[in-house]
Design a binder for this molecule. Structure first.
Ligand code: KQY
Length: 365
């Protein structure tokens, strides 16, 4: 039976591996909330099926599903995707799921963060989030993997590691008073070191404009390999994203990683600004205990929100004139991997993208 460990990954010699290290598989959750996913969730379910099907060409995919959606999900998903009954409040596996850590022997353990749905009652993305909070424990139980219960709020989308001692994150999110108001910056830095097994933190100021996660790094900037990052960019100085990307670029330019390296930075131009249409907003149920997305609201579109699978990059595209250039840049950054493009507007309408709905489980030994 998997154990709950009272020590920390760092003290036990565990670290979070980089996303490009070999995976045992990928975890996802099935979308169904009618206040997040329009038209009863059907368009989003089709997009999730496409993401899961494509990832399953390269590694095992496990889809967690609420019991009332089990049969529907099983029918919509191809047989190679494992469907497991796993209660949840919404479909953001990156954020409520376990973060896996490994040691030099190839043992794998899981970190179970506290989850408050991106800001608790302050943000009121939705209430309750009690089933999301249990997702990490349950997936680790299913896999028979020991669990560290981290004593602070953190979402997986707010961190990117190089697997060699460095994490990149944003001040906007990790220092936001709606996450861990009782903790100082120094205490948060210590906890990141303890639970990710890192030695160095690169702080970026803010995330993507109008990102409802309070600036998750996984929509703004990610590692492509150790010492090399990709970030979302715009050349339009009048776009509110410009100053955010420019500030991140400055911070990355002056950063050193845990190995003492400067970073090679690749800019990927963002898609043209997108907003929620009247028709899309009309497809959402109105619920008092959930965040309301108004017509005309800017969507936090970015090509950085991709998933690195064994042998592939699963990237979002939007039917935008920048899609092809973004795919070319990713192909150059990941020459050994197939670039798989997925029309991802339906995922974006829910407030995130492909990286946010996936969580890699490392192969270990
Ligand atoms: O960016 C992510 N990691 C998740 C986005 C979740 C948005 C909730 N509506």
């Amino acid at each position: 039976m998997p154990r709950r460990l009272e020590s920390t990954p760092q003290s036990d010699g565990f670290r979070m591996p980089a996303e490009w290290e070999r995976h045992a598989g990928c975890w996802m959750l099935w979308p169904q909330r009618r206040d997040t996913w329009r038209n009863g969730g059907k368009p989003a379910q089709r997009a999730f099926v496409e993401v899961a099907s494509q990832i399953a060409r390269f590694e095992r995919v496990s889809m967690g599903v609420n019991r009332d959606q089990y049969e529907n999900a099983r029918a919509m998903l191809p047989p190679q995707v494992r469907v497991v009954e796993l209660s949840n409040n919404d479909a953001w596996m990156r954020d409520c799921g376990a973060t896996f850590v490994v040691n030099k022997r190839g043992d794998v353990r899981g970190v179970d963060w506290r989850f408050n749905a991106w800001g608790g009652l302050d943000k009121l993305m939705y209430f309750p989030w009690d089933q999301d909070q249990l997702v990490a424990t349950k997936m680790l139980e299913i896999e028979g993997i020991d669990r560290y219960a981290a004593p602070f709020v953190l979402e997986g989308g707010s961190i990117h590691v190089d697997g060699e001692g460095t994490v990149i994150t944003t001040e906007q999110c990790l220092l936001h008073p709606n996450r861990n108001p009782q903790l100082s910056r120094a205490q948060i830095e210590q906890l990141l070191a303890d639970y990710l097994g890192i030695r160095h933190i690169i702080w970026l100021p803010r995330g993507v404009y109008e990102d409802e996660t309070d600036g998750h790094v996984d929509n703004l900037c990610c590692y492509a390999r150790a010492g090399v990052v990709a970030m979302t960019w715009t050349d339009d100085r009048s776009d509110p994203q410009y100053e955010r990307s420019a500030a991140a670029y400055e911070a990355l330019m002056s950063a050193r990683d845990a190995q003492g390296r400067g970073l090679e930075i690749h800019k990927i131009h963002q898609p043209a600004p997108m907003t929620m249409t009247t028709d899309e907003a009309a497809g959402l149920d109105v619920v008092d205990s959930a965040f309301r997305r108004p017509v005309g609201e800017r969507l936090a579109g970015s090509y950085i929100n991709f998933y690195i699978a064994n042998g592939a990059i699963i990237m979002p595209i939007f039917g935008d004139r920048h899609d092809a250039a973004a795919a070319q840049k990713l192909a150059a950054l990941f020459p050994q991997r197939e670039i798989v493009r997925i029309q991802a507007r339906e995922i974006l309408l829910g407030g995130g993208n492909i990286h946010c709905i996936t969580q890699q489980q490392p192969a270990g030994s």
